[in-house]
Design a protein around this ligand. Structure first.
Ligand code: DAT
Ligand code: MG
Length: 152
């Protein structure tokens, strides 16, 4: 079953948007399978963003993600990675389309509210940075067949 890591970043938590973001993904029909609030330390931040090491925004990105608690989640569903990426909108909220999370609630690339894994390989690498396998729960919901004719 396809899974992805979603993080409501410190700005999302501080602005009280955790519930709204979860609600948006729930209403899309996706299934929440893990959820925790945590303070990201430097080591975890560097692990998550290691592909950006050396880029000019790397250090500010690491301090931003570790500046205040985040809400980390795993979501499941067929095609969940791309569906969530499209629901998030472009990396820079100033360019994200209306109707997307970043496009509706953000204005600045350094405060873009949400992280979502960008591929299967990224999801497989990123989920264990935040969750032990026992923390990710698999369960059917009565509404699943009403969201997708295929198994989620
Ligand atoms: P995304 O979060 O859309 O997957 P990414 O993986 O390319 O984007 O970059 C990770 C984060 O780094 C992104 O959410 C915000 C920051 N970032 C990316 N490009 C940037 C840039 N050109 N200037 C400043 N911050 C940037
Ligand atoms: Mg990315």
């Amino acid at each position: 079953m396809e899974q992805t890591l979603v993080i409501v970043k410190p700005d999302g938590v501080q602005r009280g948007l955790v519930g709204a973001i979860i609600s948006r993904l729930e209403r899309r029909g996706l299934r929440l399978s893990a959820l925790k609030l945590l303070q990201v330390d430097q080591a975890r931040a560097r692990k998550l963003y290691k592909i950006h090491l050396g880029k000019r925004f790397y250090e500010t990105l690491v301090s931003y993600i570790s500046s205040s608690p985040v809400a980390a989640m795993v979501w499941q569903g067929q095609g969940v990675i791309d569906i969530i990426r499209r629901t998030m909108g472009a990396t820079d909220p100033a360019e994200a389309g209306p109707g997307t999370i970043r496009g509706d609630w953000g204005i600045n690339i350094g405060r873009n509210l949400i992280h979502g894994s960008d591929s299967l390989e990224s999801a497989e690498r990123e989920i264990p940075i935040f969750f032990d396998s026992g923390e990710v729960v698999h369960y059917p919901r009565a509404l699943d067949p009403w969201c997708s004719e295929n198994e989620l």
